[in-house]
Design a protein around this ligand. Structure first.
Ligand code: HEM
Ligand SMILES: *[C@@H]1O[C@H](CO)[C@@H](O)[C@H](O)[C@H]1NC(C)=O
Ligand SMILES: *[C@@H]1O[C@H](CO)[C@@H](O)[C@H](O)[C@H]1NC(C)=O
Ligand SMILES: *[C@@H]1O[C@H](CO)[C@@H](O)[C@H](O)[C@H]1NC(C)=O
Ligand SMILES: *[C@@H]1O[C@H](CO)[C@@H](O)[C@H](O)[C@H]1NC(C)=O
Length: 323
């Protein structure tokens, strides 16, 4: 009798294990396409590399695209879907100015569909491409886990859930915690701002009417603030005007953290990392030790790539439309 009861409990446990685990969380693997499409990573690297040779803005754009994808509905390529007559998609939501270079992912997908039809998800393409652009720019390399599925929903209004450049550390920590990411992930991944550019509109509020005490955010280095003011506040400024996020904006390095320490973080959210005891020590340690930053960035990118991953969804044939 006791043996029987034990067996029942045991088989129930196995049964529960079978029905709950696989449905709730997909198991990603570095070997996911080893049998079904061994060319996957080679095709992605070659295509992204070629695109970068023709346009140096590609790496920053792909890296940011991956971050936006994972923060909205998990890493499911929802950021790649185009709007349809009945639905305004994420890429047409408000903080979309720097989302560009979608054609690179389309090119990769076309080549992968020719090589191994209906096999490699758009979400995995983006995760691998994001690793490649970092490595290609002089940053770390890591093994990308694969097996993500492509979602079928993309809503412009959900981009409201992305962290804003005006966020303080409490708000940033909360935003990352909602995705299962910690304080160290926040500081390490903010190092993505080692690449790329920002339009004035994303940081202008730091330069005028900042607070009742003064027009300019006091955490900005004075000379840097003057520079930004010249670029952004002159009367006839170009709407494409802006600032590189780092002095070596196409090289992935730890210069971003040194700049933040010097009061030259472009966004309030960058500068805030140095103004708060919870994150300041991490900024300092990354500024001092680039190889530490590289290791932590790689580990945090793997965690970012796990956000919201599930077995639901499909492998899209074209990354811009659901099947
Ligand atoms: C911590 C919260 C974050 C905030 C508030 C934030 C905000 C922003 C903003 C406002 C821009 C400029 C958009 C424009 O005006 O063109 C930007 C650019 C960028 N972000 Fe972030 N970001 C954050 C985290 C990240 C993360 C985690 C990554 C990647 C790991 C990332 C990668 C980038 C890159 C590469 C660019 C430059 C894009 C380009 O040059 O086209 N950001 N970010
Ligand atoms: C390389 O990139 C350029 C610019 O995007 C494109 O016109 C060309 O077809 C690409 N070549 C290959 C071999 O993918
Ligand atoms: C991006 O955002 C701007 C301003 O919110 C909006 O006018 C535009 O339609 C959006 N979409 C694209 C693809 O630029
Ligand atoms: C976005 O709009 C949909 C309706 O189209 C609504 O159900 C959803 O709650 C909205 N989400 C947010 C974050 O506002
Ligand atoms: C961060 O911003 C929120 C919302 O504006 C505010 O309520 C909170 O007091 C701020 N926290 C800190 C530590 O500045």
């Amino acid at each position: 009798m006791a043996v029987f009861a034990l067996q029942t409990i045991f088989s129930k446990a196995i049964f529960l294990f079978l029905i709950t685990i696989p449905l709730s969380k997909a198991i990603l693997s570095p070997h996911y396409y080893d049998q079904t499409c061994p060319q996957t990573e080679g095709i992605i690297l070659q295509t992204v590399h070629n695109a970068t040779v023709h346009d140096l803005k590609v790496p920053a754009r792909i890296l940011r695209m991956f971050f936006h994808d994972c923060f909205i509905r998990g890493c499911d390529a929802s950021v790649l879907l185009d709007s349809t007559p009945g639905n305004k998609a994420e890429k047409d939501g408000p903080p979309n100015l720097s989302l560009a270079s979608f054609y690179v992912i389309d090119d990769v997908k076309a080549k992968l569909e020719a090589a191994c039809p209906h096999t490699v998800s758009c979400a995995d393409i983006l995760a691998i491409a994001a690793r490649d652009v970092v490595a290609m720019s002089g940053g770390p390399y890591w093994d990308v886990l694969k097996g993500r599925r492509d979602g079928t929903v993309s809503k412009a209004n959900e981009t409201i859930n992305l962290p804003a450049p005006s966020f303080n550390v409490t708000q940033l920590i909360q935003s990352f915690a909602k995705r299962g990411l910690g304080v160290k992930d926040l500081v390490a991944l903010s190092g993505g701002h080692s690449l790329g550019f920002s339009h004035c509109s994303s940081f202008e509020a730091r330069l005028r009417n900042f607070s009742p005490l003064g027009n300019t955010d006091p955490s900005i280095n004075a000379e840097f603030a003057e520079n930004l003011r010249k670029k952004c506040l002159e009367p006839n400024k170009d709407r494409n005007a802006g600032q590189f996020l780092d002095s070596t904006s196409s090289i992935f390095d730890n210069d971003y953290y040194k700049r933040v320490i010097a009061g030259k973080g472009v966004f309030g959210s960058d500068q805030a990392l140095y103004g708060d005891y919870r994150t300041r020590w991490i900024v300092e340690s990354f500024a001092k030790d680039e190889s530490l930053f590289f290791r932590e960035f790689a580990a945090s990118m793997v965690r970012l790539g796990n956000v919201g991953v599930s077995e639901d969804g499909e492998v899209r044939v074209k990354c811009r439309v659901v099947n």
